[in-house]
Write a protein that binds this ligand. Sequence first.
Ligand SMILES: [Zn+2]
Length: 147
Amino acid sequence: MSNYVDIDNTREDEQKKVMEEIILADHCPFCEENLSKYHKNRFIKEGKHWILTKNRWPYEHTKVHLLLIYKKHATHLNELDSKAGKELLDFVKWAEQKYHIAGGGWAMRFGDTNYSAGTVNHIHVQFIQPDLNSPNYKPVRIKLGKG
Ligand SMILES: [Zn+2]
């Protein structure tokens, strides 16, 4: 059992292996001091509150799958600086333009991973454009809740 990751919510074998390392290390993979150990993609943008980068394990059938990671360790919405909301909106607006996103969605899980179905228990946002032309295309679904 880890306070930082929920291995039951992993999707891929390589991701599971990395999660096992994180559980042994007993630290948060999205906190700044540990992020570079686990996150191999460069930062696309860095603000006062958020880091914008590509998801290391993009969901299937996504054309664009970005991650916005809150720069301080937080698991609940009430820990977020309200000013971070503006920066988040600025970043997703920027990404929409930069990647010519015709349409998609963004989602932020929070709190107990039994309810959020999050893998990493540190506030982050998934920003997604589905790839309608991917082989064996299926709609991208964002799960909430265990199981
Ligand atoms: Zn953290």
